[in-house]
Structure formats: structure tokens, C-alpha cells
Unconditional design. Structure first.
Length: 398
């Protein structure tokens, strides 16, 4: 089995070491190079062929934006995950990076306690390296573990962190993740396919009054692909839950608005749901639909995370199933885990139309896979076809 190879580019030696340590301590991954700025990275890439690059934005000599522009000129196809600061300016520049071809971003901890906070992004680093790096490695003909293998490691590392917090550093030093902990044989091979549950809807599909989309890892670029091809005459409102941290969704909505023929905004609590409008759930807030005398409205909540997420796709889909029943279209796309799967199945039981992204075009075939196995997905389509299917179904049942 091959390792996923990683290059870390950050002007902070501390950050390079901390992030490199997370990668190196994860079975199935290795650091093959480090660089302190974009120029050094370009030079490094002449001899090192990584599967994924973790790239800082603010660096001397050549920053992240400048590197991405040169990457496009040089036709470098290695996926890039941005290491972004949690600031308003950081959100704006991060969206510029996505527009220049970066695959996704991780918000890195800042301040004097960065060493203590690095555990907050361990899950994200493992998930994004395994997702984007794994997909690229497979494309190059490498044989790397299934994403479920890394999901298991994430859970064990989170458990280790819990031990650290509860019992102190000495206990933590004694805690180690061994090969036997994370290597059930089935995780090293293609997981066995499960026959999907057959759902018999309570009623046939009716007129589509709303479209709901749930998406996670791989989502920023996948949504750009969908919304640039959405029909400008689409009448139905579209509600989107993209797993994304607070402070970034407003800029993300603005970046989608630049390429989408419909109006795209970050959702606000209590606003009416308008036809032909796209609403993006704010980071750190659940988004759901609530009945109102003037028509259904959007509600936001900071209730406990569901499936480890806030916003959660399940929360949105649950409210769609309850308030629209068979008058909705549910779409589940690329993402690690199972958020949205159970409630998409519930939408299907109520008679809603449902589609999912297929395995070949998903950065992580997790959420759509579980939804399909639970019987919640009527049909699966490649990413490039999803906008067309949304347009067709919305017009056919309007």
C-alpha cells in the first residue's frame, strides 16, 4: 500500500513542524517536502512530486495567491489545500484562492497558544489530505487506503486528545496509535458494496417548491460547477448546507453570486424564502425551514452539532421533509461521513425527488454513498451533470 505524499508550505517554521507532525503521525501519509514561501515551493516541485500541497497564503517573496497564479501558468495539477487565517481579510483572500484553482481550505490556529490549538485542526488536516491527496494518488495509479481508513484514525486521534485533556501529558505520551488499531483488513481494500434499502414513498412526487443541497469535503469547487450551470429561469429557491467554518460563508456566497445567474446570499434568520434565490447556511449555524403566515421562512440556530457538524445537512433536510413532504428536491453531494443521509431517506419516504453525486466524481464518496445505501437516492449522477438534472426536474415539476 502506498502513502499519500504531502508538501507543507508556510513561512512559519513552527507551523511547518506542527502540521508536518500531524501528517507524519497518521498512518498512510508522509511529508516529502517543506517550503517557506511560494518561490521555494516552485523550486521544490521540480524534484518532488507530492499528492497534495498544504499552502499558506501570507508569505514573503511569493505568497499563496502569487503561487496559485504561477501554478496555473506552469500547469501544475497537484491539488492545493489553503491554510487560511480566521479573519475577515483571510476569508476574502481564501475565496480568491478557490477561484484560482485551490481545492479547499483549512483554518489554521493563530496566536501565542498555537501549539495547544493545533489539535483543533488535526481532523481537518487528515480529512483533506486523505480526500484530495488520496484522489490524486489514485489518479496517478497509486494504491492508497479507502477514506474510511482515515475516518477511523480521526476518531482514534480525537479519543487520544480527550485522554490528554482529562489525564494530562504523561498519559498522552504513553498513548500511541498502532497499526493493529487502525488496520482491519477490509479497510485496506475496496469496501464491500451494500445493496440499497428499497424505500416505498408514502405518496408520489408532486410539484417541486424547494431545492435543498447538502455537501461537505470537495464542496466549494463542486458548488461552483453546479451554480455556474444553473438555469437563470429557475423559479424554486435553493437552500444549501456546506460544511464551512464561521466567517467564511458570507464571502463564499458572494463568490458563488459572481458566477451564478441566480442571486446567492448567506442566509439570515427570519427572512422569507424567495423564488429563484440561493441561500447558503452561515458557518456555525444550523439552517432550517419554519412555517409562517406569510409563507415558509428561514430559521438559524446554534443548537448542538448534529453528526459532528453545525450547520448540519440533516437539520435542513429534516425540516424540508416535514414542511414540504413530496414537494421538494433533495441533492446530496461529495463529503466525508454520513451527514444528511438519514434525513434524505426521510425526504424520499415523504415522496420528495432525490439525487446524489456519483462515486467517480466525488472527492469523498461518503455522504452520498450512505444516503444511497439507505435508499434515499433515486439516481446518482456525475458532478458535471447535476446542474442539468436539477434544471430538468425543477422545470418538469414546476
Amino acid at each position: 500500500m502506498d502513502d499519500i505524499s504531502v508538501v507543507v508550505c508556510d513561512d512559519s517554521a513552527l507551523m511547518r513542524n506542527l502540521i508536518g507532525r500531524i501528517v507524519e503521525s497518521t498512518l498512510g501519509m508522509k511529508v516529502v517536502g517543506k517550503a517557506e514561501n511560494g518561490l521555494a515551493l516552485l523550486d521544490l516541485l521540480k524534484t518532488v512530486k507530492p499528492d497534495v500541497i498544504l499552502l499558506d497564503i501570507e508569505m514573503p517573496k511569493m505568497n499563496g495567491i502569487e503561487f496559485l497564479k504561477q501554478r496555473n501558468i506552469n500547469k501544475i495539477d497537484v491539488p492545493v489545500v489553503i491554510l487560511s487565517s480566521i479573519t475577515t481579510e483571510g476569508a476574502t483572500v481564501t475565496m480568491q484562492c478557490l477561484e484560482l484553482g485551490a481545492s479547499d481550505f483549512i483554518t489554521k490556529p493563530g496566536g501565542s497558544s498555537v501549539t495547544l490549538k493545533i489539535g483543533d485542526v488535526t481532523k481537518d488536516i487528515i480529512e483533506y489530505v486523505s480526500s484530495y491527496g488520496g484522489a490524486y494518488a489514485l489518479m496517478k495509479g497509486k494504491k492508497v487506503p479507502d477514506p474510511e481508513f482515515y475516518s477511523h484514525q480521526i476518531k482514534l486521534k480525537e479519543a487520544a486528545r480527550f485522554v490528554i485533556q482529562k489525564k494530562g501529558e504523561e498519559t498522552a505520551k504513553a498513548y500511541s496509535i498502532t497499526k493493529d488499531d487502525v488496520l482491519p483488513p477490509y479497510l485496506w481494500s475496496e469496501p464491500k458494496k451494500k445493496e440499497p434499502v428499497v424505500i416505498n414513498p408514502e405518496r408520489i412526487g408532486g410539484k417541486i417548491d424547494v431545492i435543498a443541497i447538502g455537501i461537505s469535503t470537495g464542496g466549494p469547487n463542486a458548488l461552483r460547477e453546479v451554480f455556474k450551470n444553473i438555469d437563470p429561469n429557475l423559479k424554486q429557491p435553493i437552500l444549501v448546507v456546506q460544511h464551512m467554518p464561521a466567517g467564511f460563508t458570507e464571502e463564499f456566497a458572494a463568490s458563488l453570486n459572481n458566477i451564478c445567474p441566480l442571486t446567492v446570499t448567506e442566509a439570515k434568520d427570519g427572512e422569507s424564502i424567495l423564488q429563484g434565490h440561493v441561500y447558503i447556511a452561515p458557518g456555525s449555524y444550523h439552517m432550517y425551514v419554519e412555517p409562517h403566515p406569510i409563507g415558509n421562512i428561514i430559521r438559524l440556530s446554534q443548537a448542538e452539532p448534529r453528526n459532528g457538524h453545525r450547520p448540519s445537512v440533516d437539520v435542513l433536510f429534516e425540516s424540508i421533509a416535514k414542511n414540504y413532504q413530496n414537494r421538494a428536491l433533495g441533492v446530496i453531494m461529495t463529503g466525508m461521513g454520513k451527514d444528511g443521509a438519514a434525513e434524505l431517506a426521510e425526504m424520499r419516504k415523504k415522496g420528495a425527488y432525490t439525487i446524489g453525486q456519483d462515486k467517480d466524481t466525488s472527492i469523498v464518496y461518503g455522504m452520498p454513498k450512505v444516503a444511497y445505501e439507505m435508499g434515499g437516492v433515486q439516481n446518482q449522477y456525475p458532478l458535471q451533470q447535476i446542474a442539468t438534472e436539477i434544471n430538468n426536474l425543477a422545470h418538469l415539476h414546476s
